[in-house]
Design a protein around this ligand. Structure first.
Ligand SMILES: Nc1ncnc2c1ncn2[C@@H]1O[C@H](COP(=O)(O)OP(=O)(O)O)[C@@H](O)[C@H]1O
Ligand SMILES: [Mg+2]
Length: 311
């Protein structure tokens, strides 16, 4: 299957500074990919190149197999780029703003009105259509910026830090909009320097540090990469020492690590082996209060992949 977006060996320098170095990754239709890295990692530079706003020094960007560097005009109608800052025209209404950009996207007549109506409905701005842009909250501005990005109904969305500065509620709402767009079959590349912002949203992640790829892959496969063994969290009321001694004589226990209140256990074995471990610990009268499989989250993954420059 040809990827919707394929970034191939992309490099870009500004003077002596290598902003992006030999970066490659892919995004398929219907998937949300998080593009994660600290400030200055090269996210905006990459996204601008993917949106035909800048040219790389080396490498290529393919949209369904066709180079957008060689054929930028084909890409314009299929890519929607949401920059990290929106230009505010304070005394322009939401509807006027969208109408202006719909005209710029060469939408005409009834099609233009229909698209404006559709994107306002999708981003829940219909009731605010006559509000001046200068009076919008951050959440409303970001929804408007997304609405503008969707006017020409692009297949690929490139969203540069869209959640930054949003309050938690607006962030959840924005996340739901992004998920709905992926469910419609659009591919989404969304950047953030805050890991937790994306951890629940993404199908895959590309982690960048100082212009270089640290890790990329589907979230599901990254978590199994991290540890070849299963992780179990176990907590007992009998205290650390008793539990640690029992674990030391249990088959399948590869490693134990004290955590708040309990132990994280790397375990090598089948479900039957886990069941036997539980029976054994219960027989030791350890007063177990927790015994469960531990799902590794994105945050833990990043901490293990990077050297700490990520926040
Ligand atoms: N137009 C430019 N001229 C000079 N340096 C730039 C320019 N754009 C970006 N940079 C530098 O490139 C690096 C990557 O920047 P950027 O892509 O904006 O990172 P991010 O979006 O991950 O914060 C930074 O060190 C930044 O200062
Ligand atoms: Mg940036």
């Amino acid at each position: 299957m040809t990827a919707l977006l394929e970034v191939k060996n992309l490099s870009k320098s500004f003077g002596d500074l290598k902003a992006v170095a030999d970066l490659s990754f892919q995004v398929n239709a219907g998937e949300i990919w998080g593009f994660i890295g600290p400030n200055g990692a090269g996210k905006t530079t990459t996204m601008r190149i993917c949106s035909t706003l800048d040219l790389p020094d080396h490498g290529d960007v393919l949209l369904e197999g066709e180079s957008i560097i060689e054929h930028p005009s084909h890409a314009h109608s299929r890519i929607g780029f949401m920059p990290d800052a929106i230009g505010v025209y304070a005394d322009t209404t939401i509807e006027e703003y969208l109408d202006f950009f719909a005209r710029a996207a060469k939408l005409r007549g009834p099609e233009r009105s229909a698209r404006i109506r559709s994107v306002m409905e999708f981003t829940e701005l219909t009731n605010l259509r006559d509000r001046m842009m200068g009076s919008l909250s951050k959440g409303m501005s970001q929804r408007l910026c997304l609405a503008k990005t969707l006017l020409h109904n692009p297949d690929l969305l490139i969203l540069d830090e869209p959640a930054s500065g949003l309050d938690p509620r607006a962030r959840v709402e924005f996340r739901e909009l992004i998920r709905a767009l992926a469910d419609q079959g659009k591919g989404v590349l969304i950047s953030s320097h805050i890991l937790s912002e994306l951890s629940e949203t993404c199908d895959g992640v590309v982690v960048l540090e100082r212009g270089r790829l640290v890790r990329e892959g589907l979230v599901s496969s990254l978590s199994t990469d991290l540890s070849e063994h299963q992780l179990l969290f176990i907590r007992s009321l009998k205290g650390e020492e008793a539990l640690q001694m029992a674990l030391a004589e249990s088959p399948g226990v590869v490693k134990t690590r004290p955590e708040a209140d309990g132990f994280m256990v790397e375990f090598d074995g089948s479900d039957e082996d886990i069941s036997r471990l539980l029976t054994f610990l219960v027989s030791k009268d350890l007063q177990l209060v927790e015994f469960h499989w531990h799902q590794v989250d994105l945050e833990e993954m990043f901490l293990s992949f990077t050297d700490g420059a990520l926040q």
